[in-house]
Design a protein around this ligand. Structure first.
Ligand code: IVH
Length: 694
């Protein structure tokens, strides 16, 4: 073997490694566009081609496989899937024609009359069901013998995506129903309520993450996540509006089908009404339109359906739209108002966000006074100035947006100056900075800026982080103002007596709060890492870092390259995390929290140790008592590993109610199958004998 040949071969190997790294990066990027942002840049075929190329490289040289490769388990959680599987619908999921005015609605009724007349049905007595047209994501739920087997998105109407793992986190969706036909398909809309949407966006903004434009995008982005642990953190709801395939179950009227759904535990909107004739339909649609702004969820119209199922059948389908239903669309909700002032708010990481103070104006049933302006570039792109008349839009969006100056503004002279981010922080007056290429101008005074500390401490105490009950943004603000706290660590020095001196706190509420703060010291290490407010460290990354590094000291000793070995963390992110962790203020905060007894280590044995060391588990179905999260925590605490797909390397499959293909595969491969009792036994006594299959 010549040295030249060696060099050529090792150069080739280097090329392959580079190519694999590049493919991993591309796949991760496109997976994010597709699943998280719901905004793909390439088609499925192109994605699959990249994926297959990476798989081929890794198959040829297993040394190239990294634990975080998109070909390996994604997300790391038990309910995670590596891709959303495409599934054909039992019956196509139709769309709806629109009516944008009373005249168009009457035309629709006339078209139906004409069609039925040709069928020999003269003067049908129409009853109509008027349902809110919820702005979410259409979903088909398949129940087999009363057990939810599969949930599929609408997709193109013929083929959708299997999102069952995420639907199992939605409490509004029954996992099991009584007296069900052998096969039942229920259709409805997965959506996010307005309060949940606002809370989610606030949390994301605080975590320095991008916010969702509207509840629909938030619901879509959530339901198409690969890791159900993420979906579980974002509250979704469900309205059922249609029975699809139902073996041996027939209804004479659609309204009876809705009744049946309601009686079997499905949420059906209680404002849905059956009305006679088109006058009443119009009245009902206008009524929904008027109440639009006061609902807990976004609607963009009213769906009007013919109630009589036999008439529906006679009317049939044109193209993709049933003749027997129509969507009454609300008029677009834009208004012109005056942009009074552009105000800047300081975020958790010191980032300055502009928003617009407007002359109050009613838009789509809601009085709008504030609107988002996203960021500085957005301001420049839209060419907005204080004092301009501007177009404000609420189009299925809760947070109103300033679209542009009103058309007459551009010609006007004497407009205000081009708005610039403030040169001093609006909260602490420190001179602001903007790094080259950065989106936001920032206040660099992390520790001393009350605005930033308010955001950081709000995040620290929030659900998913330290979860301190009775401590909301209001209380945090008051403690800061009263000088009782300056950083999150100071919370642990609060005593009941000092709190009761503040107005609104009695002895009981103060004692409870002190207890809740004390309890939070036991929060798992992953949540503490999330609570610290490190850029790029969300809930899931916090948990993954805790699992990998086990203690704060090991994490602090880790170089960026080591941090990058954590699932879900790329090299750039690892560098950001490293720098943030080693920031002086962060080190002070960590030291102060540690001194006060806050958890700084992951419980249980390190990986590779413990009674279940090196044993691999797959969870499937619903366990009677343990949630998947709890089962995973117990297994990992005993040194085991939980993955999402069954293979020859799997030691145990833990199967609960409604276990599906994973159980079948386990049986085929001869992998040991446990129920919950068996798992608990194993956790307590360790594996008595080698499991089958190893
Ligand atoms: S019925 C006839 N009912 O609107 C079957 N759809 O444009 C068609 N939608 O994809 C669906 N609320 O996402 C129906 N009460 C409701 C609805 C509704 C919202 C959505 C659904 C569908 C789209 C059709």
């Amino acid at each position: 073997m010549s040295a030249g040949g060696d060099r050529a071969r090792s150069a080739e190997a280097g090329d392959r490694a580079d190519r694999a790294a590049r493919l991993r990066e591309q796949l991760r990027h496109h997976a994010r566009r597709y699943y998280e942002l719901d905004d793909p840049e390439i088609g499925d075929d192109e994605y699959d081609a990249l994926y297959r190329e990476l798989q081929a490289l890794e198959d040829a040289d297993p040394g190239l496989v990294t634990p975080d490769s998109p070909t390996q388990v994604v997300g790391g959680g038990p309910q995670a899937v590596s891709r959303l599987e495409k599934v054909a619908h039992l019956q196509p999921m139709l769309s709806l024609a629109n009516a944008r005015s009373e005249a168009e609605l009457r035309d629709w009724v006339q078209r139906m009359r004409n069609h039925l007349a040709r069928e020999g049905i003269e003067d049908p007595a129409f009853s109509f069901v008027c349902e809110p047209k919820i702005d979410g994501l259409a979903m088909s739920l398949r129940y087999v013998d009363g057990v939810l087997e599969r949930g599929v998105t609408r997709g193109d109407g013929t083929i959708g995506e299997d999102v069952t793992h995420n639907l199992r986190t939605i409490t509004a969706i029954p996992q099991r129903i009584e007296d069900a036909p052998a096969l039942l398909e229920v259709r409805g809309e997965v959506y996010m309520s307005l309060p949940d949407f606002q809370a989610l966006n606030e949390r994301r903004a605080e975590a320095g993450e991008s916010t969702f434009m509207n509840p629909r995008n938030a619901a879509a982005g959530t339901v198409r996540q690969l890791d159900a642990a993420l979906a579980a953190q974002r509250p979704l709801s469900f309205w059922a509006y249609q029975v699809g395939v139902a073996q041996g179950l027939t209804f004479a009227r659609h309204s009876q089908a809705l009744e049946w759904l309601r009686a079997h535990g499905f949420p059906v909107n209680d404002q849905i009404a059956v009305v006679e004739g088109e006058e009443q339909v119009v009245a009902r649609c206008l009524d929904w339109q008027a109440r639009r702004g006061s609902l807990e969820f976004e609607i963009d119209g009213v769906v009007v359906k013919v109630d009589d199922v036999e008439l529906q059948r006679r009317l049939g389908v044109v193209g993709r739209d049933p003749r027997w239903a129509i969507a009454w669309k609300f008029p677009p909700t834009t208004k012109v108002t005056k942009l009074l002032r552009i105000v800047w708010n300081v975020g958790k990481f010191g980032d300055l966000h502009p928003f617009a103070e407007l002359e109050p104006v009613p838009v789509g049933g809601v009085t709008v006074k504030l609107a988002t302006l996203h960021n500085e570039e957005d301001l420049v792109r839209k060419d907005l100035r204080e004092g301009d008349d501007v177009i404000v839009l609420r189009a299925g969006d809760v947070i109103p947006q300033v679209v542009s100056p009103a058309p007459h503004v551009a010609q006007r002279s004497g407009r205000g100056p081009v708005p610039r981010p403030p040169s001093r922080c609006p909260s602490c007056d420190t001179p602001t900075v903007k790094a080259p290429g950065a989106v936001f101008t920032r206040c660099p005074n992390r520790k001393g800026c009350p605005g930033q500390q308010w955001q950081l401490i709000k995040h620290f105490v929030s659900r998913g982080a330290m979860d301190i009950d009775g401590l909301g943004e209001l209380q945090v603000g008051r403690f800061l103002d009263a000088g009782l706290i300056a950083t999150a660590a100071d919370l642990y020095d609060l005593d009941g007596e000092r709190i009761t001196r503040l107005e609104g706190f009695g002895e009981v509420s103060a004692t409870r709060l002190v207890q809740a703060i004390e309890r939070s010291k036991q929060a798992p290490f992953g949540r503490v890492l999330f609570a610290l407010g490190i850029e790029e460290v969300g809930f899931v990354t916090g948990r993954n870092l805790a699992q990998r590094f086990r203690t704060i000291d090991t994490l602090l000793a880790a170089q960026p390259q080591e941090i990058a070995q954590t699932p879900g963390i790329g090299e750039n992110t690892a560098t950001v995390i490293y720098e943030q962790l080693h920031d002086d203020d962060m080190l002070d905060l960590i030291a102060a929290l540690r001194e006060r007894g806050v958890t700084m280590a992951q419980e249980g044995p390190p990986p590779g140790e413990g009674p279940l060391a090196d044993r691999t588990f797959v969870l499937t179905g619903t366990l009677p008592d343990l949630t998947r999260e709890q089962a995973t925590e117990r297994i990992t605490a005993a040194g085991g590993r939980v993955t999402s797909s069954v293979s020859g390397k799997t030691d145990y499959v833990v199967a609960g109610e409604a276990a599906g293909t994973k159980l079948a595969k386990a049986e085929r491969l001869g992998v040991s199958v446990l129920d919950e009792a068996g798992l608990l036994e194993l956790l307590e006594h360790g594996p008595a004998a080698e499991p089958a299959g190893s």
